[in-house]
Design a protein around this ligand. Structure first.
Ligand code: SAM
Length: 211
């Protein structure tokens, strides 16, 4: 059994559940695009309260959803019960995924690479569990391309991390995905506003684990 104590943050978990309780058609549309066309056995890392679950397409045979935070994992288990495809929720964290190598056809990361302690370690784990030729789907907020906004994000990061479950708003996540050896095949960059959060640059796309 992994030690998940460092990932427990009940204050953030309750806040995230409140922030995401209201209907948010724009983010729902992005989640649908994130998951469109996925097939086979899919791993979702840092699934939170399971907001992606309703949007997995019928070609997905099983979703294994890893979530380290106890309250969010309990909410994900409730969401799994009504998902349109089979979803199994398990405890674990991105730095040491509790799965064999090559065991998934696809991996989904949504709004999680901002929060993991080490993106390089997480992406190495993603590559390990993803079969050759398998796909990473990502939807993340990233550092602003504006130098001034990027600097402001650097300045606010220490406080933001404390208030937002370890989230760092100033990460260059697209570059980290490529540096991790995944080949980015499609990548859109846009400004988006999550409820309860300021407008931030986001990326949405797909990358492949090379053979
Ligand atoms: C902003 S929430 C996003 C939740 C969900 N992916 C979504 O799209 O709504 C960030 C999530 O990442 C999880 N998380 C943080 N660090 C993690 C880690 N090292 N491994 C896996 N999940 C992690 C948090 O517990 C939380 O559920």
């Amino acid at each position: 059994m992994q030690d998940l104590s460092q990932f427990q943050d009940p204050r953030f978990a309750r806040m995230y559940e409140r922030m995401t309780a209201r209907a948010d058609p724009a983010t729902t549309d992005l989640r649908i695009r994130l998951l469109a066309g996925l097939r086979g056995r899919v791993l979702e890392v840092g699934a939170g309260n399971g907001l992606n679950f309703p949007h997995y397409p019928a070609g997905v045979t099983e979703v294994v959803a890893v979530e380290p935070e106890h309250l969010l994992r309990a909410a994900a288990e409730r969401a799994a019960a009504t998902a349109p495809v089979p979803v199994v929720v398990v405890p674990g964290h991105a730095g040491s995924l509790p799965f064999d190598a090559d065991s998934f056809d696809a991996v989904v990361l949504s709004l999680v690479l901002c929060s993991v302690p080490d993106q390089r370690v997480t992406l190495a784990e993603v590559r390990r569990v993803l079969r050759s030729g398998g796909e990473l789907r990502f939807f993340e907020h990233v550092r602003s391309p504006s130098p001034v906004r990027g600097l402001l994000q650097d300045l606010i990061t220490p406080l933001w991390r404390r208030l937002a479950g370890g989230c760092r708003p100033n990460r260059e996540t697209a570059a980290a995905i490529e540096a991790g050896g995944l080949v980015v095949e499609e990548h859109q960059r846009f400004v988006h506003h999550l409820p309860g959060s300021p407008r931030l640059t986001h990326i949405l796309g797909r990358a492949r684990n090379p053979a």
